[in-house]
Design a binder for this molecule. Structure first.
Ligand SMILES: [Zn+2]
Ligand SMILES: [Zn+2]
Length: 359
């Protein structure tokens, strides 16, 4: 069923505002928290004159079930203007192409598709556009086409599905290590080399290692958007989606879990190796990690995206909708931008892991 959130005061569309961190009506200016709106809706649906399936006759119920059977269809009707719209089957929130009203397709976020968590947008479209303009203005070689105002119109806020994995990890590394000593003797010196077998065992809990669950999104780009600040995580409510695009997962936790496991393993190994210090040489012999999955959750993360074509090549500007981190390559000085991106990624990865690490 398609649904448009309505302002309780004037009936216009109610959208989630990143600036206010509340639902906001552009027509009359009413603000309301998500919790308050959910309470308000409950009192509304309890009213006797609302035609819910429970109270309606068998004819209505049959129709509702029929609609449910069609929930995976690509076509739906805007509940505001009635226009027939097409979406891909994984879209759970969108905007009507004709009247512009924000629409939730609620059937598609039920059951196993209902997210556990969400990070709401904290950066508004206006701020995302400002950041884009600043970014294109920075490089003297940035093509003028990319600065055009029409391009920024295409800036789209979209919730991307992620799986978050928790692991307990036990790591064990062994290495041959040497230490060289110089002992003076007479007018010369003796050089001794001591040999050690270094063994390190380390246990760590990893919390919320993310892996994007959307086939359409480039894994490397999604990884570079990290870190997301987990203090901004909220329990999922569909109201947060109003005014944005949102997609549900099309890759299961099993399909993407390998990526998160590799990250956990690499991190614990580098931590363990890092503790073998103070030697003249260290040669790793054996590295072993046991990972036990603790839990996993399904979350939606906010991303600003702008796609266009420049000289026949696709160009994408992507921004973390919570922190403002930008991932994009400058078409002209592409190689330089890629190098900077990699360095930033390495640093943010370490920060994220330390943040989630309980020793
Ligand atoms: Zn209003
Ligand atoms: Zn419409």
């Amino acid at each position: 069923m398609e649904k448009i959130l309505r302002c309780p005061n004037c009936g216009a569309a109610f959208e989630y505002s990143a600036d206010r961190q509340m639902l906001h009506c552009r027509q009359c200016g009413t603000d309301m928290t998500v919790d308050a709106y959910r309470q308000y809706e409950q009192t509304q649906s309890a009213a006797p004159d609302e035609g819910t399936a429970r109270e309606a006759g068998p004819e209505y119920r049959e129709q509702t079930e029929k609609q449910r059977g069609q929930m995976n269809m690509k076509i739906y009707h805007c509940s505001s203007c009635g226009a027939q719209l097409e979406t891909d089957p994984d879209t759970v929130a969108t905007r009507c192409a004709y009247c512009g009203n924000p629409t939730l397709i609620e059937d598609r976020i039920e059951g196993r598709y209902r997210p556990d968590l969400i990070i709401p947008f904290a950066i508004s479209k206006e701020k995302a556009m400002e950041a884009y303009e600043k970014w294109t203005g920075k490089g003297p070689l940035t093509p003028r086409e990319l600065r055009a105002a029409t391009v920024t119109e295409r800036m789209t806020g979209i919730y991307i599905p992620f799986w978050l994995f928790d692991y307990h990890a036990e790591g064990r590394v062994t290495a041959n290590a040497t230490r060289t000593r110089v002992v003076p003797r007479g007018d010369g010196e003796d050089i001794y080399t001591d040999y050690f077998l270094a063994v390190r065992e380390l246990g760590a809990d990893f919390k919320g290692i993310p892996a994007d669950a959307s086939e359409k999104q480039d894994d490397a780009v999604m990884d570079k958007l990290e870190p997301f600040n987990m203090q901004g995580v909220r329990e999922f409510a569909p109201e947060y989606l109003s005014g944005y695009l949102a997609q549900r997962y099309d890759r299961t936790a099993e399909e993407v879990g390998g990526r998160a496991q590799t990250r956990a393993k690499n991190y614990i190994l580098s931590m363990a190796m890092g503790t073998i210090a103070g030697y003249s040489s260290v040669v790793p012999l054996d590295q072993n990690v046991q990972l036990s999955p603790l839990s996993r959750r399904y979350a939606l993360f906010p991303v600003w995206m702008m796609n266009c074509t420049y000289r026949g090549k696709p160009f994408t500007f992507v921004m973390n909708g919570q922190t403002g981190r930008i991932v994009a390559d400058r078409p002209v000085s592409g190689s330089r931008a890629a190098g900077i991106g990699a360095a930033v990624f390495a640093a943010s990865f370490a920060a994220l892991m330390l943040g989630g690490l309980l020793l």
